[in-house]
Design a binder for this molecule. Sequence first.
Ligand code: NDP
Length: 452
Amino acid sequence: MAFDCDLFVIGGGSGGVRAARIAASDGGARVHLAEESRMGGTCVIRGCVPKKLMVFASSYPGAMEEARAYGWDVTLGGFDWLAFRGKLEAELDRLEAAYRGGLTRAGVTIHDARAVVEDAHTVRLADGQTVTARHILIATGARPFVPAFPGHELALTSNDMFALPALPKRLLVVGGGYIACEFACIMAGLGVEVTQYYRGAQILRGFDDEARGHVAEAMRARGIAIHCGTEVTELAREPGGIRATATTCGDALFDAVLYATGRVPNSAGLGLEALGVQLTRAGAVKVDGYSQTAVPSIYAVGDVTDRLNLTPVAIREGHAFADTVFGGKPTKADHHLVPSAVFTQPELGSVGLTEEEARAQEPIEVYATAFRPMRTQFAGQPEKVLMKLIVSQQSRRVLGCHIVAPEAGEMIQLAAVAIRMGATKDDFDRTVAVHPTMAEELVTLRTPSRKA
Ligand code: NDP
């Protein structure tokens, strides 16, 4: 059967764009891609990129305070949110154009429209046009989830945070994951009074316990009122703001409430289930190691599959798909030892097993140190950094590394290379320190803090 194209990609985010570009440029495939919103997807338009720029913006008051401690005669003026937002929008326009340009140069046909799957080889666009394809790739991502409760419609999600008409004076952040903690820090840095409610016992569930505690302490020291074991039961608009009623904190008034309570896959309404594509109970598209669904011509990558919801992972999954299907190189998406960073202030960088996971697996040694780095020590600031290695007693391999520090994201990227290569504690010890740095502590940790 002759198809209109070799590949139709639904979704122009990190995973879809990579797959389309590699299939077209390296695989010589005829590729179409449909995106109903803006090219670039969550990461570029309403996620990682604008978030990181906001992290930078929010770091200046702290830097000014530090500058004064170093002898600079500076005073902090006001922050012009609308000026920043305008620049942010221009930067996102630039990036969106770059993504579009990359696809066009690779020969991909772009449809600025919603697309749904009509049958195993046919896609229908919003205007009714149909396109047949040998393969279809679902790369539709995920969207913020807000639980149902009285007043939930008053809650903002991370999507709204980049387009606020003005900064709130008092912000309530609900949730304890990546997004909640990152926005709590950003907003506090920008001068907003931030309260954070989390239903569990400690924020950042899933990360190393000691590192979680360290981040929580640093966030509190920066003025964020974190309340654990707290759930909101109702939101109501009042003349003075939004009243939040919570299980253990009673009532409090805020100007805005951000819900960062997880994300759900964008799989509904695409026509998938009717075709036999299987979904999990949470709506994620079920795929095998090659990102293939139960319908052989249909694949899925990225957050819609809810495997490891990180941009670089979606990119790898998209690339592996293109190599497998169009490059003659069957490649499984690799989810092993994926490093990540939470862009709180200070950042949390993490790769491999947590102390708790490692301890359950085998006998370990823990090497950990918390100290005031030179830079803040000199400025008279109390904040400490944490450097931590989890080591197998038997193989001496480093099983995990956890860093809480400014620029921990940069450090963990490099530690992850060594750990992926199977570095042992002795390899770390043999590596000469770069002095004076914070990361040198990773190669000078001589005695275990504990064995377990
Ligand atoms: P997470 O899954 O990380 O966190 C969700 C948080 O909301 C958890 O603290 C969870 O609590 C809480 N929660 C869930 N449901 C409810 C509910 N009904 N009521 C109250 N609280 C609730 O999701 P995020 O939204 O923060 O981020 C989504 C994903 O995006 C992340 O998993 C990550 O993969 C990715 N991401 C990565 C970033 C990075 O790499 N820097 C940055 C931002 C996002 P509990 O712990 O009890 O389940």
